[in-house]
Design a protein. Structure first.
Ligand code: IMP
Length: 432
């Protein structure tokens, strides 16, 4: 597949769409790969031969020797996870010297963010979101609230950061004690951590906005790597059961710090079925043998938390919403091989609410929890397809399943994936 201009990869469902594999494939033709949102709640798996890399913060492009990787200002960065990831890359033989940059405007996740995330979730009881407990929500809250926030750039003002950390930790501890009866976090330890974080990050920090502007001016090819998925977008997802940043294509420009018009192609990634982790509405969920079978065949357990994912049929209504919202040009359909062996596949084509067929996708959780999915049946195929290398060689029913989804999504499905390896990818060149 030939990339034309700057490309963005986003998830079209509730995350875990195997975006890491697509970003990895497209990175081969890119000069710069930019991560623009979220934090270590993401888990991107990249398989290179017999090596598997699980990346949470560092862009998947890092496994390609000549690619520059940028963690932009829209990201909330946990320096301890980052350090561990650097170590894993070193252990796996990946050299990243001079190829990794972090924005000074990214926000720093501290241990008190993770503690607050856990305490808030426990306290919410049935109303909990089912977060990854990585401190993402509390860190973005501080960013929006401003006075308690610490950006990467702040870590390098040695005197000011110490005062800042003392003031913030004092505030946090009073809050955590009053709200949850927690002792909070030791202030001296947080001051020491801030100093250490500066040392971990120092070799990588720069003004990534200027760097990307220069790259654009030089005609270098940029790839924007999304995290989570459109239905988890804080503004456009199934609120409040979402993450705390803009996980749809709408978030690229602000998160990366580039003009929206520099993006030439948006590739939306979707599984051939649907999964969700955490709580929140999921109309096509199959909490039964069908869902269990998908989970086992698809190894549907969280990369970040190990939690079993909820599984269900493909939801064309929700996915089409994500496509239209983000202006997605092409779809990559992942994990088609997982569906082998079902006699009949169901596709959710719409929702009925109070007896009426909905015209547009409802992001209101109160409506979502009461919708009834409308299904159409599609004949399945018995054969395993993980060895297939050409779209034309798929069983006829697998091909017609893809084509039916394409019609329902009103968007070309240009890539079909039948396994985790790079070689297990079918490019429909006529659509690229
Ligand atoms: P948070 O981002 O940890 O605050 O979690 C908020 C919601 O987003 C929860 O339902 C999480 O399970 C979900 N979530 C966050 N990151 C991911 C991801 O990378 N894949 C799938 N779900 C995610």
């Amino acid at each position: 597949m030939k990339l034309r201009g700057n490309t963005c990869v986003v998830g079209l469902q509730w995350g875990d769409e195997a975006k890491g594999k697509i970003t990895d494939l497209l990175s081969e033709q890119s000069d710069v790969v930019v991560r623009f949102l979220g934090g270590s709640n993401a888990g991107h798996t990249v398989v290179v031969g017999d090596r598997t890399f699980k990346l949470h913060l560092i862009p998947s492009g890092i496994v390609h020797e000549d690619v520059l990787c940028v963690i932009a200002g829209g990201v909330v960065l946990d320096p301890e996870v980052f350090e561990q990831e650097l170590q894993n890359l070193c252990d796996g033989g990946v050299r990243f010297e001079g190829r990794l940059r972090i924005s000074q405007t990214a926000h720093v996740v501290f241990p008190y963010h993770k503690l607050e995330d856990q305490l808030r979730e426990t306290d919410s009881g049935k109303g909990k979101i089912g977060t990854t407990a990585r401190g993402i929500g509390p860190c973005y809250c501080d960013k929006a609230g401003r006075t308690q926030a610490i950006r990467v750039g702040n870590l390098f003002h040695a005197d000011a950061i110490e005062q800042q950390v003392r003031r913030i930790v004092d505030y946090k501890n009073r809050l955590l004690t009053a709200m949850y009866g927690s002792a909070g976090v030791p202030v001296e330890q947080m001051v020491a951590k801030a100093r250490r974080y500066a040392e971990i990050l120092r070799p990588f920090v720069c003004d990534t906005t200027a760097l990307l502007q220069e790259a654009i001016a030089d005609g270098r090819r940029l790839l924007f790597e999304g995290a989570q998925g459109t239905l988890l977008d804080i503004d456009h997802g199934t609120f409040p059961y979402v993450t705390s940043s803009n996980a749809s294509a709408c978030g690229v420009s602000a998160g990366a710090g580039v003009p929206a018009k520099v993006i030439d192609t948006i590739v939306g990634v979707a599984k051939a079925y649907t999964t969700r982790v955490g709580t929140g509405p999921f109309p096509s969920e199959q909490d039964n043998d069908i869902g269990n079978r998908i989970r086992e065949r698809g190894h549907e357990y969280g990369t970040t938390t190990g939690r079993p994912r909820r599984c269900g049929w493909f939801d064309a209504f929700a996915t089409r919403y994500s496509i239209k919202l983000g202006g997605v040009d092409k779809v990559a359909l992942m994990l088609l091989d997982v569906l082998s062996g079902f006699q009949t596949l169901k596709i959710c084509t719409g929702y009925r609410y109070k007896g009426q067929l909905l015209k547009s996708f409802p992001t209101d959780a109160e409506v979502m929890k009461d919708v009834e999915p409308v299904y159409e049946d599609h004949p399945g195929w018995a054969e395993e397809i993980d060895g297939v290398r050409e779209f034309a060689d798929l069983p006829a029913n697998a091909r017609s399943y893809v084509k039916r989804l394409e019609t329902l999504l009103e968007t070309p499905i240009a890539i079909v994936s039948v396994g985790p390896e790079r070689t297990q990818t079918l490019f429909r060149e006529e659509l690229i």
